[in-house]
Write a protein that binds this ligand. Structure first.
Ligand code: NCD
Length: 353
């Protein structure tokens, strides 16, 4: 850490189950976090390792340190959010940053101000990082072209949600350690899910075997190599596709249930919610096919009784609430890395000792 003010309040290394001890050379080469498709395994490991230290701070009796004092974060959410926005707010506050949330329904956005103008206005107030959620895929990329503040994508349309993917990876790693070769099954509306896309990039980087499962109308075309001739390498990472949930769940280490993104679906993709639930709901009977010690995850918000049964959502294999706690730790790690106040190679060096 380069500029933290006191060693007493500085995040320290902790032993956590699943912590990788022999990390490759660390780098963190991002000023923005727009997606995980351009993050290496080493960079992801750096965030996850730093998140271990942040988790330790969060678990203290008084979870406050001044590591980001004088650093300003603005939350710019053009779409509804509960956990992601609160999580970024808390992450900044735990580290002593100033965090402001701008509500699109009561701001000048209602008066027709463009995203670019809003982002420039925020930067004119000396904002260091801007967290953006927007219904249009690509909006945070546009913002990043027009400001030197760090832009963090908190969900853009059906495209990407990289901090959800990082917290998912972190939560899995705490339980299963190295994700190489682990079978991760995502069930639900893959086509409209930005979480699924970012999870795919992250899981691919970590070497997991991913299966996506849902009705054919909710599986994106670009997933299959034959659907993208000519630029097969530039679409999503390799993944197995399975429309039968019972087959998909066989031997799963991790199961991620995903909400039907009705706000992004055209009409007619599903015969009925009842039929969807009958064929694709993650239930205790179906989870018998997964490994006995499988982990059950969901990014939230859940619709119990549709994509996931209530009893398994709060059952003993569910780590859904832990995902929420870890989300704060991961976002703390990310804000700290983007602030430039920590040396990423030191993070890894400390993890090795
Ligand atoms: C997700 C999102 O907004 O993409 N929620 C979240 O950030 N935890 C998933 C969803 O809305 O279904």
């Amino acid at each position: 850490m380069t500029t933290t003010e006191s060693t007493e309040t500085t995040p320290t290394t902790t032993e956590t189950p699943g912590q990788t001890t022999s990390l490759p050379e660390s780098t963190w080469n991002h000023h923005h976090l727009l997606d995980l498709d351009d993050c290496s395994r080493t960079e992801i490991e750096t965030v996850l390792t730093l998140a271990d230290r942040m988790r330790e701070i969060l678990d203290r009796r008084i979870p406050r340190v001044p590591a980001l004092r004088g650093f300003t974060v603005v939350n710019l959410f053009y779409e509804p959010s509960t956990r992601t926005r609160a999580s970024f707010e808390l992450a900044g506050k735990v580290l002593g940053a100033d965090v402001i949330s701008v509500n699109s329904s009561t701001s000048s956005i209602q008066k027709g101000e463009s995203l670019i103008d809003t982002v420039r206005t925020m930067r004119a107030m000396r904002t260091d990082a801007i967290v953006i959620r927007h219904a249009m895929a690509g909006a945070p990329y546009l913002a990043a072209e027009h400001t030197d503040a760090s832009i963090i994508n908190a969900g853009d349309g059906a495209h990407a949600h990289p901090t959800q993917a990082l917290l998912d990876l972190y939560t899995m790693r705490r339980h299963v350690g190295d994700l190489s070769g682990k079978k991760v099954v995502m069930v639900g509306d893959i086509a409209h899910s930005r979480v699924a896309r970012s999870d795919l990039w992250g899981l691919a980087a970590m070497g997991a075997k991913v299966v996506v499962c849902g009705p054919p109308t909710l599986l994106p075309l670009g997933l299959r190599a034959q659907d993208r001739p000519g630029h097969a390498e530039s679409a999503l990472p390799p993944v197995s596709i399975e429309t039968n949930i019972d087959v998909a769940l066989e031997g799963a280490d991790v199961v991620i249930a995903l909400r039907l993104q009705s706000e992004r679906q055209e009409a007619g993709l599903l015969p009925s919610l009842h039929e969807y639930a009958a064929n694709y709901q993650v239930t205790a009977e179906r989870l018998v096919r997964a490994k006995p010690d499988h982990l059950l995850m969901h990014p939230g918000p859940k619709n119990e009784g549709i994509e996931i049964a209530g009893d398994v959502a709060s059952g003993d294999r569910s780590i859904i609430e832990e995902q929420v706690t870890n989300g704060v730790a991961v976002r703390m790690a990310l804000l700290y890395l983007l602030s430039g106040r920590v040396d990423p190679s030191e993070v890894v060096a400390e993890a090795r000792t």
